[in-house]
Design a protein around this ligand. Structure first.
Ligand code: ADP
Ligand code: MG
Length: 301
C-alpha cells in the first residue's frame, strides 16, 4: 500500500432529485495527516465525507480507505475509519455507556470496556455515563458522537463540523483530545467553517466549492500563495501615486488598503509614497490568513 491512507478518484454524486453535489473529486490524504476539508455551506463536504463511510452511495468514482475499496470491501474499509457526522444522531433511550457498548458490538468487538472507559474519561463524559441520551445537552451529545466514532480505535477519524454550535470549553477539550489522537498516529480529517481553527490545527487543506476541489496543499503552501498581506494607512497629505493606484484593494475617504507579498514589497510601497511626497498616518499591516484565500477561491461566482 502507498502512504495515502485515503485515496479518492474522480468521485461524482448526483442525488435522486438530479442535483450534482460532487463533480469529479480526486483527493489523496496521507497517513498521519491532520487534514482540513473547507468550503462554504452546500459545497459538498458532508456528501464527500458520508461517501467515505458508505452513508452516501457515489454515482461513480472510487474511494479506498487504508487500501480497501469502500464499495467492494466495505466492512474492512469501515474498520479503518470512524466518522462523527454533522447531524446529532443518538438513541434517546440508551445511556452513554450502553451506546458505546452496543456500538462495540456492531464492530464485533468484545471486551472493549477498557477502551470505552478511556474515551468516556477523555471526553469528560464520566458523570453522564448512565444518563440516557435524550437528557443530555447538545454539547454532551456531540461528545457522545465523538466517543461513538472512536469505539473501534479506527486509524482514521473523520469529523464533520465537530465544533459547530459548541461552547468554547468543549471546543478546547475536544481539540486537545483530537490532537492527542493525532500525536498517537491517527489520521484526522475534519470539516469546519471556523477557518482560524483550521489554520491552526491542520497541516494540509483542501477547499471545495460547488462539488469541486478549488485548491489543495499544505497549510503553509496555501498561506504563501495568498500574497495578500495588507497594509492600511491614512493619507494625511498628497495623492496616492499612479503606480500604486491599481494595487489598492480598498479605499475609503483618505484611508487605503494595499496588498503586498513580503517585506521587500512593503518597503517598495512605502518608498513610492515617500518619493511622491505623501504623508501617511495610522500605518497598520496584517498577515494573510486562510480566510483571505478562502474568500478569493470561493467568491469567483
Ligand atoms: P456541505 O456539507 O458542504 O454544506 P452537503 O454535502 O451537505 O454540503 O450538500 C451539498 C449539496 O447537495 C447542497 O446543495 C445540498 O442541498 C445538496 N444535498 C445534500 N443532500 C441531498 C439529498 N439527499 N438530496 C438532494 N440534494 C442534497
Ligand atoms: Mg455539511
Amino acid at each position: 500500500m502507498n502512504s495515502n491512507i485515503i485515496d479518492i478518484e474522480n468521485l461524482h454524486k448526483t442525488y435522486a432529485n438530479g442535483f450534482e453535489a460532487l463533480k469529479g473529486i480526486s483527493l489523496q490524504i496521507r497517513e498521519g495527516a491532520f487534514f482540513g476539508l473547507l468550503g462554504p455551506n452546500g459545497a459538498g463536504k458532508s456528501t464527500l465525507i458520508n461517501s467515505m463511510v458508505g452513508l452516501v452511495k457515489p454515482t461513480s468514482g472510487s474511494i479506498r480507505i487504508a487500501g480497501f475499496d469502500i464499495a467492494r470491501n466495505t466492512s474492512e474499509a469501515l474498520m479503518n475509519i470512524g466518522v462523527v457526522a454533522q447531524e446529532i444522531l443518538c438513541d434517546p433511550f440508551l445511556s452513554v455507556y450502553e451506546m458505546l457498548s452496543f456500538q462495540s458490538g456492531y464492530y464485533g468487538l468484545k471486551n472493549n470496556d477498557e477502551w470505552i472507559e478511556v474515551i468516556i474519561d477523555s471526553l469528560g463524559l464520566s458523570e453522564k455515563r448512565q444518563t440516557p441520551c435524550r437528557l443530555l445537552s447538545g454539547g454532551m451529545k456531540r461528545r457522545v458522537m465523538v466517543a461513538q466514532a472512536l469505539v473501534h480505535k479506527p486509524p482514521i477519524i473523520v469529523l464533520d463540523e465537530p465544533t459547530a454550535g459548541v461552547d468554547v470549553q468543549l471546543r478546547n477539550q475536544l481539540w486537545q483530545f483530537i490532537e492527542k489522537l493525532h500525536q498517537r498516529g491517527h489520521t484526522i480529517v475534519l470539516t469546519t467553517h471556523y477557518l482560524e481553527e483550521a489554520q491552526n490545527l491542520c497541516s494540509e487543506i483542501a477547499i471545495i466549492n460547488h462539488g469541486q476541489i478549488v485548491t489543495t496543499g499544505t497549510t503553509d503552501q496555501l498561506l504563501d500563495s495568498v500574497e495578500q498581506n495588507t497594509v492600511r494607512f491614512r493619507l494625511v497629505k498628497g495623492q496616492i501615486p499612479e503606480k500604486l493606484r491599481c494595487r489598492v484593494l480598498h479605499a475609503e475617504a483618505q484611508s487605503f488598503v494595499i496588498g503586498f507579498s513580503d517585506a521587500m514589497d512593503l518597503g517598495a510601497i512605502l518608498e513610492t509614497l515617500r518619493t511622491a511626497r505623501c504623508e501617511i498616518g495610522n500605518l497598520q499591516t496584517s498577515k494573510a490568513t486562510l480566510e483571505d484565500l478562502f474568500i478569493r477561491v470561493t467568491q469567483a461566482d
